[in-house]
Design a protein around this ligand. Structure first.
Ligand SMILES: [Zn+2]
Length: 313
């Protein structure tokens, strides 16, 4: 019996700590798929936590031959050293000018965000959850959940995205839609550089702009970010206070930034009996042993896992 309503905020959600009793569960794959399908089926609320592994499983490619082909001109210009291996590393290249910086980033945003369509798996997932109350907490910048049809008010992208820019110094808390600008840059790019007249300047301090991606403390969180944060807290508070079953569906969240989804999900599990956890991950689907049968960690190709769960549900 609970007295008084609990209010869960994103801030107190984030206070999870690492588990000490991780195991790879020994249950056979088919049985795990059945368990996961049942946890989702039984739940009234499903909170999706999506990390980089979800985009990768859905088909997003960052490196390898794909990068070599699509970024051949950048490799030729900047060398094939440690930076020019994939879209993640290339973002850290010390570009010598703003024309060079935006020359690269406009291309990455076109390829990984604006033109990207890796939504079939996202759509399968959403149809699996049809009829549930759902919310998606995502660290992915590619916008694929929204493209797949999940309403924007059910998504909280905590780390920024490929569609917005901000003042590099973060002198004011506003981000700017850059989709049109990136289209223009993409059309005008010459020898990996964009024309100087397309270089954006901060409308407040006149300084340079950056991607609105969380790389340091200057990351801008504007009103929309705080509204999404509030909707996330409201969803979780409502779900917990309802006393109904909640399934945490964790997709491709590794140990790079476990403090945003993985550890907080585990904390929720420890605190609320009504919650179950489905953790899908290619290599890192370890589960705290103490969770027992309330959690299932499926260590396999996530695309296959999602499709198999979908078939059973
Ligand atoms: Zn500024």
């Amino acid at each position: 019996m609970m007295f008084g309503k609990k209010e869960i905020t994103f801030e107190n959600f984030l206070s999870g700590i690492p588990a000490r009793d991780y195991i790879f569960q020994k249950t056979p794959y088919e049985e795990q798929i059945r368990q996961a399908a049942k946890m989702i089926k039984d739940a009234d609320y499903v909170l999706i936590g999506a990390g980089a592994g979800m985009s990768a499983a859905a088909g997003a490619i960052y490196g390898g031959e794909w990068f070599e082909e699509n970024f051949a001109d950048f490799r030729a210009k900047y060398g094939d050293g440690p930076y020019m291996q994939d879209m993640y590393s290339a973002g850290f290249y010390p570009y010598p000018s703003e024309e060079a910086y935006w020359g690269y980033w406009s291309k990455q945003c076109m390829k990984a965000g604006i033109e990207a369509d890796h939504t079939p798996l996202h759509k399968t997932l959403l149809s699996l959850l049809d009829g549930k109350r759902i919310f998606c907490l995502s660290t992915n910048a590619d916008g694929q959940f929204e493209k797949a049809g999940l309403p924007v008010d059910k998504i909280f992208c905590t780390q920024g995205d490929y569609f917005h820019i901000q003042c590099a110094k973060g002198c004011h808390q506003r981000r700017y839609d850059a989709v049109d600008l990136f289209h223009q840059m993409d059309a005008a790019r010459n020898e990996c550089l964009i024309p100087s007249e397309l270089v954006p300047k901060c409308p407040v301090c006149g300084g340079r702009m950056n991607m609105n991606l969380r790389i340091d403390h200057r990351f801008v969180q504007d009103e929309e970010w705080y509204e999404a944060e509030k909707r996330f807290g409201d969803f979780l508070s409502e779900a917990i206070n309802s006393g109904k079953k909640i399934c945490l569906l964790e997709l491709g969240v590794g140990f790079n930034t476990p403090t945003i989804i993985r550890f907080p999900f585990e904390k929720l599990m420890r605190e609320h009996e009504q919650i179950s956890l489905v953790r899908l991950n290619l290599n890192e689907a370890v589960i705290p042993e103490s969770f027992g049968t309330r959690a299932v960690g499926i260590n396999a190709d996530m695309k296959k896992s999602i499709e198999d769960i979908f078939r059973l549900a």
